[in-house]
Ligand binder design. Structure first.
Ligand code: HEM
Length: 519
């Protein structure tokens, strides 16, 4: 019999214990889910697009609001119910606030500096704290002036003069506002080159973060494939995406520093934060945390807000009766002689209902952002293993027939009764699900909602949003194509006519805001 030394005995014992504990964990009751096949688990069943709809249907099929699935090396918990998400992601947030690594973004592109994707811990905390210090809800009124300037000069004037490019104007408006809030850089009213570049660079990172766009996000071991191998194009693309992301992080930041040094910097996140940091020991204007947080603002604010505004536009384009009702309400509150401002918003109850309904109808991030479980947990008698990815299915929660009957129908009346916003609803999409959960909840929701409300009120005060016409002058029916690449859901390009409203002096109301000087 061979002689076993103490190390070998120890290793064998540890393996045995690990094996037993693994088998024990497997025997514990996992949440319901579709049959998992050996090796592939459920990988072949999960679609690459529109996962929110797939999980919603699967939940109905299995008669459950919480589901467990596996893909090779990864367990996934899908939550289709808001109160379950609150129990786990809000009430047990110490255990549910981590993020999974996204192989294409973190390992192939090598981009790990957006705090939205950082693991839960001190580095994430430091970034989020820096963000909150400047963009807090308390400082929102100080931002109103800038919001109005960008809306009126950057969006409304362009809608009046060049309505056919409305999608471009929305991109330039919200991208420009983000650039200005963050860096204080001047922004062109149309076709700003930095915004154009940022969209491309961030489009690359959004694609890398999407579970469905790159196979490596489903089969993480593909990241080890050498660059020269056939089929390794994704690795070369990763390098290109990273180059642009680094340029996006550095160039506007260095331009902002230059303005600070020249004494020409307007108030912005970067200039105000540097001012506060200046007196601290070890002050470094190249502080990585500041630079990275600045980069994150643009990345998080632009696509999301634009997507919410374009969903609103599409919804009122498809529902002319809703549009007329909003217009009557805004007219009655604002009167004929001025543009809407933030003091009007609390009086616009019907508009508030329409905004809630458009956030519900097409949630901007239909499966939010994934969370990760840090420690083994138990819920409703089910075992939830450490390392499980949690997908809160915002779409399923906001399309739950028990809470929102006939959920695919766009109907703002769900949220309002006799002209008063209902306070007896189980779910208000402005407060639940849309902006995520627990410690990771969106820290920019107040900025998004403020811009969405004032943009919606101003657009409908000035313009009719009408369907396109065919060659005979008849209206073409507009169909909602709400596409999701699994991160965001945005209406696909649609056509409409944006016409100044009859009986309104739209040119006169906007004349002080016209011009070509940068914002
Ligand atoms: C309609 C517009 C918006 C929607 C629907 C939205 C939604 C979300 C959601 C669902 C998350 C993930 C929350 C979670 O993990 O549970 C998130 C994270 C985040 N959002 Fe927003 N957001 C919007 C606009 C904004 C704006 C305007 C900003 C910045 C000014 C912003 C900054 C962020 C940041 C920094 C994070 C990462 C938070 C973290 O991981 O700690 N968002 N957002």
């Amino acid at each position: 019999m061979p002689h076993l030394d103490i190390t070998t005995v120890l290793v064998i014992s540890l393996c045995f214990i690990a094996h037993i504990s693994y088998r024990y964990r497997r025997r514990r009751l996992l949440p319901p889910g579709p049959t998992r096949w050996p090796i592939v688990g459920n990988a072949l069943k999960i679609p690459l697009q529109n996962q929110h709809k797939f999980y919603n249907e699967l939940g109905k099929e299995l008669n459950t609001k919480i589901m467990y699935l596996e893909v090779p090396g990864q367990s996934i918990l899908v939550i289709n119910d808001a109160s379950i998400a609150q129990d786990l992601l809000d009430k047990r947030s110490t255990n549910y606030s981590d993020r999974p690594g996204i192989p294409m973004l973190a390992d192939v592109v090598g981009h790990r500096t957006f705090f939205a994707f950082m693991p839960y811990g001190n580095e994430w905390r430091a970034h989020r704290r820096l963000f909150m210090q400047y963009f807090s809800e308390k400082s929102l009124p100080q931002m109103h002036e800038k919001f109005l300037e960008f809306l009126r000069k950057g969006l409304l004037c362009n809608f009046l003069e060049y309505p056919e490019d409305f999608m471009h104007h929305m991109r330039n408006w919200i991208g420009g506002l983000s650039t200005s809030m963050t860096y204080g850089l001047p922004v062109q009213r149309q076709h700003d080159p930095l915004i154009h570049f940022a969209e491309r660079a961030l489009g690359g990172s959004a694609a890398a973060a999407s579970p469905g766009r790159f196979l490596v996000n489903v089969l993480p071991w593909l990241k080890y494939v050498p660059d020269w191998m056939p089929g390794a194009g994704f690795k070369r693309l990763g390098k290109q995406i990273m180059k642009e992301l680094v340029q996006l992080r550095e160039e506007p930041y260095q331009a902002a520093l230059e303005m600070i040094d020249n004494g020409t910097a307007p108030p912005s996140f970067v200039s105000d934060t540097i001012e506060k940091m200046r007196d601290k020991p070890n002050f470094d204007p190249q502080d990585a945390c500041l630079k990275q947080t600045a980069e994150q603002v643009f990345g998080a604010a632009s696509d999301t807000t634009r997507s919410a505004v374009s969903t609103f536009l599409l919804a009122i384009l498809m529902h002319s009766e809703v549009q007329k009702k909003v217009q009557q309400e805004v007219d009655s509150v604002v009167g004929p002689d001025r543009l809407p401002d933030f003091s009007d918003i609390p009086s616009l109850n019907y508009l508030a209902a329409v905004i809630k309904e458009s956030l519900r109808w097409n949630p901007v991030l239909p499966t939010a952002l994934p969370h990760l479980v840090t420690e083994d947990d138990e819920y409703m008698g089910y075992f939830i293993p450490k390392g499980t990815i949690v997908m809160p299915n915002t779409y399923a929660m906001l399309h739950d027939e028990q809470v929102f009957p006939d959920p695919e129908t766009f109907d703002p009346e769900r949220f309002i009764k006799d002209g008063v916003l209902r306070d007896d609803l189980q779910i208000d999409p402005e407060n639940v699900a849309t902006f995520g959960w627990g410690r990771r909840i969106c820290p920019g929701s107040h900025i998004a909602l403020a811009n969405l409300s004032i943009a919606a009120a101003s657009l409908l005060y000035l313009f009719d949003i009408l369907p396109p016409l065919d060659g005979d002058g008849n209206s073409i029916a507009v169909v909602a194509n709400l596409s999701s690449d699994n991160v965001g859901s945005e209406p696909e390009n649609f056509e409409c006519r944006i016409i100044p409203r009859k009986g309104k002096d739209v040119h006169g109301l906007l004349k002080d805001y016209m011009g070509t000087d940068p914002l």
